[in-house]
Design a protein around this ligand. Structure first.
Ligand code: BES
Ligand code: MN
Ligand code: ZN
Length: 495
């Protein structure tokens, strides 16, 4: 979807649709009042008649309003001004998206700044609107046969603003477009089934990114390379799979070589059966989403490349399936990780940490200023926090605080869980340096405890996105999270 900046007077709009917000007591926004005047009170008469109560998210589409050149006017209720908050704002934008999708309008103009929202400036409102509108246009129907009869949706939205704000608005639009492009890639990769989206497929997608931007360099390690690097933990997960594992590295160089990169490490389990510790059948199809951490790394690199950010970023994706097989790793097997630490694999379904630990050790070679790993790591995360925030844990206060702030800024929230030393006892092993599971209690924390043993040499944060990376049920599908959070963090490292 295209977003533009406009400065025309509201009563002189002449396109397909004009969006007008209405507050409590059916009060038209300032632009609405001017349009009302031009239409000789047509809008206020409709409001008075009671067809539009201006409740939050209520819409009314008017066609061919007398006195106006614009084809349609979409009235949108915003409720009480003092009750408006971020969620309310999102509801208004989603209501607009729904009403426009149901109409034939392919273009519209909108006065985003007329919605008053404490602590949020014009740039925020534009960025957030653009993100929600682009996301609502997303469809995944590439694997349905036959012609799709879906109506063509919104193509272009104009943000009507004061002239002095144009520069700010344009950069907000550029950020939102890049984030949407990254989310779209992450959603597509997540939604693709595991018989298409294999480790090799992820490597090919990464190659596409590198092809499109000379600042991006790709490196793919094969299993033989991993063996040479002694990545026994990663290889223990791919041992049961016919699809060879890949360790994909994308280096984005937007700044001088001496500037330390930010490393993003994404779990890329393209299908998680649980391995020999086989998962139960119910909803197992959703384990095709177990590479959403990897998808968010590729999506974020896409956004960074589109924005040409003057920073260095390295994306690292360990990609593999987790399958049962005659050669698969068995409960009780002990493997040696690249770090030299040995691991007793008590449950082959706790495979995410086994591939991440070697990728995290490998990350050290890039001398990163910080490392953020992103993984659909534990079902326990959903038990603890539900599906609203991702969990964050790590070894650096400032990094975690920065990430939390960025999440609030871009509405891609995260919540911290404690990574106290006391929890480390839960992953003691009688036979190896550590076990790969820590019992039922605090499963998200003990998974992070495991990772923490491989991240001693740098500042590190871990994002558990088990609850946020995809939706189940009727709207089953990848969300594209946390591409907004990660991109916002990288943007914050520029400013
Ligand atoms: N990919 C799963 C985690 C997961 C499960 C995410 C369900 C979202 C929904 C991970 O590999 C896994 O299986 N974790 C186990 C760990 C346990 C064996 C310690 C889990 O959460 O049950
Ligand atoms: Mn698993
Ligand atoms: Zn998994």
């Amino acid at each position: 979807m295209e977003f533009i900046v406009k400065h025309n007077a509201p009563e002189s709009a002449r396109g397909a649709c004009q969006i007008i917000t209405v507050g409590q007591a059916r009060k038209l926004s300032p632009s609405g009042q001017r349009v009302d005047k031009a239409s000789k009170g047509y809008l206020s008469a409709i409001l008075k008649r009671g067809d539009m109560e201006a409740k939050l998210g209520q819409t009314l589409l008017l066609s061919s309003v007398p006195g106006l050149a614009v084809q349609r006017v979409l009235l949108v209720g915003c409720g009480k001004e003092s009750d408006m908050n971020e969620r309310g704002f999102s509801r208004v934008i989603n209501a607009i998206a729904g009403a426009l999708a149901a109409s034939g309008a392919r273009e519209a103009e909108f006065y985003a700044d007329e919605i008053k929202l404490k602590g949020r400036d014009l740039a925020w409102k534009i960025r957030h609107s653009a993100l929600l509108l682009s996301n609502s246009e997303y469809h995944f129907d590439q694997l349905k046969s036959g012609k799709q009869e879906r109506r063509k949706g919104l193509r272009k939205l104009g943000f009507n603003i004061a002239r002095g704000e144009a520069a700010k608005a344009r950069s907000a639009i550029a950020e939102a477009s890049a984030i949407s492009a990254g989310m779209e890639l992450a959603r597509d990769l997540g939604n693709l089934p595991a018989n298409v989206c294999t480790p090799a497929y992820l490597a090919r997608q990464a190659r596409q990114l590198a092809k499109g931007d000379k600042r991006v360099r790709l490196n793919v390690l094969e299993e033989a390379d991993m063996k040479r690097l002694k990545m026994g933990s990663l290889l223990s997960v791919s041992a049961g799979s016919r699809q060879p594992a890949k360790l994909i590295t994308l280096e984005y160089r937007g700044a001088a070589a001496k500037q330390q990169p930010i490393a993003l490490v994404g779990k890329g389990v393209t299908f998680d059966t649980g391995g020999i510790s086989l998962k139960p059948g119910a909803a197992m199809d959703e384990m095709k989403f177990d590479m959403c951490g990897a998808a968010s790394v590729l999506g974020t690199l896409k956004a960074v490349s589109q924005l040409q950010l003057p920073i260095n970023v390295v994306g690292i994706v360990p990609a593999t399936e987790n399958m049962p097989d005659g050669l698969a790793t068995k409960p009780g097997d002990i493997v040696s990780s690249m770090s030299g630490q040995t691991i007793e694999i008590l449950n082959t379904d706790a495979e995410g940490r086994l591939i991440l630990c070697d990728a995290l050790t490998y990350a050290d070679k890039f001398k990163p200023c910080c490392v953020i790993d992103i993984a659909t790591l534990t079902g326990a995360c959903i038990v603890a926090l539900g599906k609203i925030p991702s969990a964050v844990l790590g070894n650096d206060r400032a990094l975690i605080d920065d990430l939390i702030k960025c999440g609030e800024q871009i509405e891609d929230k995260i919540w911290e869980l404690p990574l106290w030393d006391e929890y480390q006892d839960q992953i003691k092993s009688n036979f190896a340096d550590m076990a790969n599971i820590g019992g039922r209690d605090a499963g998200t924390i003990t998974a992070a405890c495991f990772l923490s043993r491989f991240t001693k040499t740098y500042k590190w944060a871990h994002l558990d996105i088990a609850g946020t990376a995809w939706k189940s049920g009727e709207d089953k599908g990848a969300t594209g999270r946390p591409v907004p959070l990660l991109t916002q963090y990288l943007l914050s490292q520029v400013k």
